[in-house]
Write a protein that binds this ligand. Structure first.
Ligand code: DX5
Ligand code: ZN
Length: 218
C-alpha cells in the first residue's frame, strides 16, 4: 500500500532460457513464479527443484504463487529455499492462518490467493495474518486470458478494510494485467501487479514494466 510493485510472471517466459529471461526484467520488483500441480488447476509447471534453481540464479526476489492442492504439505519448502513471498490458495488450504504463520516463521512473506468466484469476507478479520492477498483477475491455470473487472469489488472491500485498520498488507492482482487494465485495478486498491504476457510478450520487457508502472499511477 506504500508504493506500486510490478511482478512479471515467468509463466510467459522461455523456460529453456530462464537466466536470459530474468536478465530482461531488471526493472521488476519481484519475479512471479507460478507453481501448478495439474490438480488444483488443469495445468502443470514446475516444483521446488526448478524454483530452487531459479532462486539460486535470480538477482530479483521471488514471489511464488502456488496453484496446488495441500499447500500445508508443500508450501513451507518454498519458503525454506529462500522465496521472498509464498502465496497459497484459500480454496486449497485447511488452515490458512496457521499456514501463514508457519511461512512467516521461516522468513517469507505469507500470501493468500482467491479465485474469481471466492468471496473475501472471511479474510477481513484476519487481514494482518497475511503480508499479501492475491485477488485473481482470471481463473488460475493459464496466461494470456482476459481481465475480469467483476473481481474489483472484492479488491475494494479488502482495500477499505486495510485502510480502516492501518494494515500494511499488500493487495495483489494477477491475470490479464496490461496497460489497458492496470489503472482500474489500481483504482480499486491494488498495489502489486502480476503481468505475464504483457511483459514477456513485449519486444522490450523492461520498457513494458515501465509502461505498466506509469499506467498504474494514472
Ligand atoms: C495464471 C497465473 C498468472 C499468469 C498471468 O494462472 O497465475 O500469473 O502468468 O498471465 P497473464 O498476465 O498473461 O494473464
Ligand atoms: Zn500467478
Amino acid at each position: 500500500t506504500d508504493s506500486i510493485r510490478i511482478n512479471p510472471s515467468i509463466l510467459a517466459a522461455d523456460f529453456a532460457n530462464m537466466q536470459a529471461e530474468l536478465a530482461r526484467i531488471a526493472a521488476a520488483d519481484f519475479v512471479h513464479v507460478d507453481v501448478m500441480d495439474n490438480h488444483f488447476v488443469p495445468n502443470l509447471t514446475f516444483g521446488p527443484q526448478m524454483v530452487g534453481r531459479i532462486q539460486d540464479t535470480s538477482p530479483i526476489p521471488l514471489d511464488v504463487h502456488l496453484m496446488i492442492d495441500e499447500p500445508e504439505r508443500w508450501a513451507p519448502a518454498y519458503a525454506e529455499l529462500g522465496a521472498a513471498s509464498v502465496t497459497f490458495h484459500l480454496e486449497a488450504s485447511s488452515e490458512p492462518v496457521a499456514l501463514a504463520r508457519r511461512l512467516r516463521a521461516i522468513g517469507a512473506r505469507a500470501g493468500v490467493a482467491v479465485k474469481p468466484g471466492t468471496q473475501v469476507e472471511g479474510l477481513l478479520d484476519v487481514l494482518d495474518e497475511f503480508d499479501q492477498i492475491l485477488v485473481m483477475t482470471v481463473e488460475p491455470g493459464f496466461g494470456g486470458q482476459s481481465f475480469m473487472p467483476e473481481t474489483m469489488p472484492k479488491l475494494r472491500l479488502l482495500a477499505d478494510e486495510a485502510r480502516r485498520r492501518g494494515s500494511a498488507v499488500w493487495l495483489q492482482v494477477d491475470g490479464g494485467i496490461a496497460e489497458s487494465t492496470i489503472a482500474q485495478a489500481a483504482a480499486a486498491g491494488a498495489d502489486t501487479f502480476v503481468a505475464g504476457s504483457a511483459v514477456f510478450g513485449a519486444q522490450d520487457p523492461d520498457a513494458a514494466i515501465a509502461g505498466l508502472r506509469f499506467a498504474a499511477a494514472q
